[in-house]
Design a protein around this ligand. Structure first.
Ligand SMILES: Cc1ncc(C[n+]2csc(CCOP(=O)(O)OP(=O)(O)O)c2C)c(N)n1
Ligand SMILES: [Mg+2]
Length: 278
């Protein structure tokens, strides 16, 4: 979310290529809880594919994002190509491309970084490093400590930041956006984050990490840290905090009930947008 706020504040124009982990990013960009939950329940009214795709797969150009398919990596060259096409049509757009630490083991991600660097394109590679690619820890994915160290190989700016610190994340992304927008080329911002749950509901993470590790990660919960920061600064009191939580819970509950009551898509338009209509 901090990355989206930074893009809004600092980029003259921006566009995001996100991945399946980015519900927070798509929400910050303006996708409503109802639109998201309609997708998760495959209900009529889902805005990206009419609920014919997996949840959150598709594009919302009016909200400035393409959400990638669950295939790891291919949206990186797409993001870079998009930045190049914007330049060729005369309007430089800062393109933010989000992916995980594991994605940086994919060849396409390196091709994208190399191409972006050669052409000094304004692409920010936002790497959400949660320490795992499903069950594979980062030490089994790379021999370096920080993904951002890869930036040196592409003559790019590379920064590693505590992604559970909202203010530090905002600052790091703002700096990278201003750097790219000023014509200096692409940048990596590596956000060190936590994954509290198994990779998916099909995954059993007790097989590869200890409960102590997960409990320790919870101490760095970014929402808790932000709440503490705002309270200490006198910008939030307990009553306001309770009110925000209650409002968020209500919004999600109402969206869930509405999506639950919505019909499934009509099978009559199953081929809409699949074949050209003439
Ligand atoms: C090309 C490809 N290879 C393998 C997979 C299976 N897969 C799905 S998620 C995932 C892990 C990705 O890890 P990371 O990039 O760190 O993202 P995270 O889920 O941790 O945010 C893998 C290997 C896939 N979806 N696509
Ligand atoms: Mg990961």
């Amino acid at each position: 979310m901090a990355a989206v706020w930074a893009l809004r504040a600092s980029a003259p124009d921006y566009f995001c290529f996100t991945y399946y982990r980015d519900l927070g990013v798509t929400t910050a960009l303006g996708l409503t809880p109802l639109e998201s939950i309609l997708g998760f329940m495959a209900k009529d009214g889902e805005p990206m594919s009419g609920a014919r795709q997996s949840p959150q797969h598709g594009a919302m150009p009016e909200l400035k994002f393409v959400n990638s398919s669950s295939v790891i990596g291919p949206h990186a060259p797409q993001a870079v190509g998009f930045a190049l096409s914007r330049r060729m049509t005369g309007r430089d757009t800062v393109v933010a491309c989000f992916f995980g630490d594991g994605a940086t083991s994919q060849g396409e991600v390196h091709e994208a970084m190399n191409f972006a660097s050669i052409h000094r394109l304004p692409v920010i590679f936002l790497i959400e490093n949660n320490g795992y690619a499903i069950s594979t820890p980062t030490r089994r994915q790379m021999a370096i400590e920080h993904v951002a160290q890869r930036a040196a190989a592409y003559a790019m700016r590379g920064t590693t930041v505590d992604g559970t610190d909202v203010v530090a994340s905002y600052q790091a992304v703002s700096d990278a956006v201003m750097y790219a927008a000023a014509g200096n080329g692409p940048a990596i911002v590596e956000l060190k984050v936590e994954r509290y749950l198994p990779h998916t509901s099909d995954d059993d993470d007790t097989l590869y990490r200890s409960r102590a590790e997960v409990e320790d990660a919870r101490l760095r919960d970014p929402l808790k840290k932000l709440q503490e920061l705002l309270m200490k600064a006198g910008l939030l009191d307990a009553g306001e905090d309770a009110q925000i939580r209650e409002q968020a819970q209500r919004e999600v509950d109402e969206a869930t009930n509405e999506a639950d009551a919505a019909p499934y898509p009509d099978d009559g338009d199953v081929l809409a947008h699949v074949y050209a209509e003439g």
